[in-house]
Design a protein around this ligand. Structure first.
Ligand SMILES: *[C@@H]1O[C@H](CO)[C@@H](O)[C@H](O)[C@H]1NC(C)=O
Ligand SMILES: *[C@@H]1O[C@H](CO)[C@@H](O)[C@H](O)[C@H]1NC(C)=O
Ligand SMILES: *[C@@H]1O[C@H](CO)[C@@H](O)[C@H](O)[C@H]1NC(C)=O
Ligand SMILES: *[C@@H]1O[C@H](CO)[C@@H](O)[C@H](O)[C@H]1NC(C)=O
Length: 499
């Protein structure tokens, strides 16, 4: 009886509100085979629909990119669709999904390495947007190809592959074509985001179908320009109190502000003194401990410290699952230069990314039941999932990103360049300097921005909707450290509100 009523009601609405049809289309054409109905480790109801699977972007050898799409928990038919990319090159966007702003918080399984338990994340970015996590380029995360020659790539090829992916993805999910679309990412995605946004914008202008509704983009602690990024470290470590005034004065005098490309032996030797002072810090957040696989345990049981003292410095999270930091960085003062970019496993002689613990993500994404539930191919086909892989050979061939940012913002695309201000990997000092160097008029003078009556960081707004923003106390992967503040600026930016 109830069912009949419902059906009639729906039919009636479809007929009567013909002109509002777009309100009723959502999810009607998303591929049914891609829907994720349950997920090992999670015992509950999804707050919104999830879809995942592969899109083949090149048939030659079967080059397949894996995506996981989380519909907005608010209003998926109207809320923006946001593409998320982690960096590397070589790092999986499941870093964002598992550790940063995904729909779940992952609690480590017991015993160690077993399937984690998943809880809902109250600060998931899916609270206000639909979000599309993409493993890119092929060879990264769950994405792969039938021929390893497809793993030789670079900035420009990655952008054109991701563009191909987007066109095909929107063909599969046409109901999302009219939603505002944004491209976002962090770290080396400081290269992926503007190069892809430029491809998309160029495609829109050329009438490439389907027409994507690109509105803007976001970059967090992003690699941008070798000179600006390369010169950012020394002022950062001085300002943070990690080197002495004497050393700062000496290194400034010897290097003349050019730390990126030292031209004298004296400058080199002062720089190595700087390196020595900071080498034991966690590069991704100078306030966080460096995670060691077998920690030098100071037994808390016997500790006389009050509990509140023991927890000092812990990052604020709904559920603490780990102490780690990651992204993929380069050794100090070695920003990304033109040419081949070493991946972390290559840099570290196959050691893990320093100071990081990726056990939870590893345990989950290498579990065959999880793979099956999310429509990922098994390890014997797609390979083991790794947070950051050295399976790809990657060429940095797009140069500085500043020209891309100028082009995109002057064409009306909105941009936010945000920085966790305690990241030493891509320090805010570089992002602050390059955004200023674009030469746009300041329209919103440097000021604090506020969440729940507290200063959450600082911002400076430029004309053409270019915004620079810091998140106070956050490291390289901002939403991991400051989930609540991150969701706040994210929402305000997407809605075009003042932050
Ligand atoms: C889900 O969790 C509840 C509470 O922990 C438990 O009682 C229940 O058995 C679980 N259900 C399944 C299907 O695991
Ligand atoms: C893989 O790709 C290379 C380069 O295109 C090609 O020469 C080779 O034959 C391919 N191998 C297979 C097994 O298809
Ligand atoms: C952006 O780049 C496109 C393609 O190269 C060019 O046609 C256009 O004039 C540029 N726009 C601006 C504002 O620089
Ligand atoms: C900045 O963004 C707002 C909100 O989307 C828009 O109304 C405005 O036209 C943009 N300004 C420029 C200069 O592009």
């Amino acid at each position: 009886m109830r069912n009949t009523h419902l059906l009639c009601f729906c039919n009636l609405i479809l007929i009567l509100s013909f002109q509002f049809a777009s309100n009723f289309v959502p999810t009607l054409s998303a591929p049914e085979a891609a829907i994720v109905t349950n997920i090992p480790g999670f015992n509950g109801t999804f707050p919104s629909k999830h879809y995942s699977g592969y899109v083949t972007i090149d048939e030659t050898y079967g080059k397949k990119l894996f995506y996981y799409f989380v519909e907005s928990e608010r209003n998926p038919s109207k809320d923006p669709v946001v593409l998320w990319l982690n960096g590397g090159p070589g790092c999986s966007s499941f870093d964002g999904f598992v550790y940063e702003h995904g729909p779940f918080n992952f609690e480590a399984g017991k015993p160690r390495g077993s399937l984690p338990t998943l809880h809902l994340n109250p600060y998931s970015w899916s609270k206000v947007s639909s979000i599309l996590y993409l493993d890119s380029p092929a060879g990264v995360g769950l994405s792969y190809s039938g021929n390893e020659s497809d793993y030789i790539t670079g900035d420009l090829k990655t952008a054109s592959d991701s563009h191909k992916f987007l066109l095909k993805w929107f063909e599969l999910y046409p109901e999302f074509l009219s939603n505002p679309f944004f491209i976002s990412g962090e770290s080396y995605a400081g290269i992926y985001v503007p190069t892809l946004a430029y491809e998309v914008a160029t495609g829109i202008d050329a009438g490439v179908k389907p027409i994507l509704n690109l509105k803007g983009y976001m970059v967090g602690n992003g690699v941008t320009d070798d000179t600006f990024d390369g010169n950012a470290l020394v002022p950062f470590v001085h300002g943070m109190g990690l080197i002495s005034n004497e050393l700062f004065e000496a290194v400034s005098a010897e290097c003349n502000g050019n730390y990126y490309n030292p031209t004298s032996g004296n400058c080199e030797s002062k720089l190595s003194l700087v390196d020595r002072e900071i080498e034991d810090l966690n590069i991704y957040d100078i306030l966080e401990p460096c995670y060691h696989d077998t920690p030098s345990i100071i037994s808390l049981k016997n500790s006389k410290l009050p509990l509140s003292f023991r927890r000092l410095g812990e990052t604020e999270r709904p559920l603490r699952v780990r102490k780690r930091m990651f992204g993929r960085a380069w050794p100090f003062r070695a920003p990304v230069k033109d040419g081949p970019v070493p991946t972390w496993p290559q840099l570290m002689n196959n050691e893990n990314v320093p100071c990081t613990n990726d056990e939870v993500a590893n345990a989950w994404l290498n579990n065959e039941a999880v793979r099956k539930a999310i429509h990922a191919d098994s390890a014997n086909i797609a390979g083991d999932w790794e947070l950051c892989t050295d399976r790809i050979s990657f060429n940095h061939d797009a140069g500085s990103m500043i020209k891309y940012h100028k082009n995109l913002t002057s064409r009306g695309y909105r941009a936010i360049i945000y920085s966790g201000d305690h990241d030493m990997c891509v320090p805010y000092t570089g992002s602050e300097a390059w955004t200023r160097s674009v030469g746009y008029k300041t329209v919103d003078e440097w000021r604090p921005w506020i969440v729940k009556d507290q200063v959450a960081g600082y911002t400076q707004g430029y004309e053409n909707n270019l915004t620079f923003l810091t998140i106070k106390g956050a490291g390289h992967t901002v939403p991991e450290y400051k989930p609540q503040e991150a969701l706040e600026f994210y929402s305000r930016f997407l809605e075009g509100r003042k932050i």
